[in-house]
Ligand binder design. Sequence first.
Ligand code: SAH
Length: 465
Amino acid sequence: MEHFPLFIRLTERSCLVVGGGQVALRKVHALQRSGARLTLLAPTLCDPLQELIQADGVTHLPRSFHPDADESELIRGAFLVVAATDDDACNHAIAEQCERLGVHCNVASDAAAGDLVLPAIIDRSPVVVALNSGGASPTVTRYLKRQLEAFLPARLGQVALWAEQWRSRVKQRLSDIKLRRRLWDRVLSGLAASYVSYGNQQAADNIIEQHLGEAERGVLDGEVFLVGAGPGDPDLLTLKALRLIQQADVVLYDRLVSEPIMSLLPKECERIYVGKRQADHAVPQQDINQLLVDLARQGRNVLRLKGGDPFIFGRGGEEIEKLAGQGVPFQVVPGITAASGCASYAGIPLTHRDYAQSVRFVTGHLQNNETNLEWPELARGGQTLVFYMGLSGLPAICQALQQYGRQAETPAAIVERGTTPDQRVLTGTLESLPEIVAGQKVKAPTLLIVGEVVQLQSQLSWFHP
Ligand code: SAH
């Protein structure tokens, strides 16, 4: 490790920045956030720096640094120095003088020159992440910063401040350090932290209080995360879904959850398949509900991972009803539902000013080969219909819509395995689509989209696996 990372309080300390351009500006911005008193040494300043010197605690010395002159008085007055001129020789001279005088120095363009590196910062105060690649690759640092920015909850700072308020109370009530760690893991990965982020501290307090009571009795319950995994492409996961997936101790998943998404689970996470195929109910719904409760009672983070959105034809409601009844904490993370995912990747806008003023998500699942749906309403024009689970009922659906008055030429599409590399789109009309599909080997899952918007597909499709 060439540079040792440290965090230093700079409040009210004098820092000297030499240079008045864009590089200096970036450094000044970073230093200013820490409350440092800044002196800018530069004959001229760029416009934003001009504005900054109006601020309290910023002084401008309108002259150049003289490499050959003795600038020790200036340097000695500073706690740290940043050399950010566009003249390398001058920057090195600054670093040399600092070295001689024992003042820390950062050379913006050359990490090896000074003894200080100003890292890339992710500020979720009081949580601060500092990144440095030792000057080897600022692009790697920038890339990493963007990745981490996306992954760290935006309101992490509030959570840290809230946790601080509870720290000593938790310590008092739980003397066993292992139990304390488990409690904090539970609280920080779970619902309590979510509540704090959204400003409901009271609810978060109640949860930590509940967990504390459990921990004192030696039974620390887990939580259930009901997470929508989207239609297949792992890039369509929400950030929150990804965070919770990575915190799972055990996962209950079904057929719709794609392999690339399963590969994001922690290695040690136990996997339980509870999927269903038509007419082959692998695990009855009631048993899944009970399993969720039992696993959470073992003190584990239970991930219930579902394709698409858990609340759209996902029976997510039934599962959390059971959890709520049993007092098991849970949170629900929405996912991109198949209709949104498939429509976007197929190039079919679900609504359109000219063609469709509304869109309906409809189950195409037939009971005893009959669709008990409001056909007169569904057959009305000016709307897009999206049928989930509609492949085997396709001929019956197309026929019923025509019978109740929707034109035989109404465009319709089947999207097969939408958003995955195997996606295929078959288009036709209410009249022709059943035959087109019958002539192909079509694999589940598939989605049926009916309406004038489907005709835009040929112009707008962009996803070609
Ligand atoms: N909760 C899920 C839907 C579950 S019902 C969601 O919000 O998407 C299962 C049906 O969803 C399938 O029969 C199929 O019609 C549709 N579906 C899910 N993923 C799909 C995909 N990648 N491509 C096409 N249809 C899909």
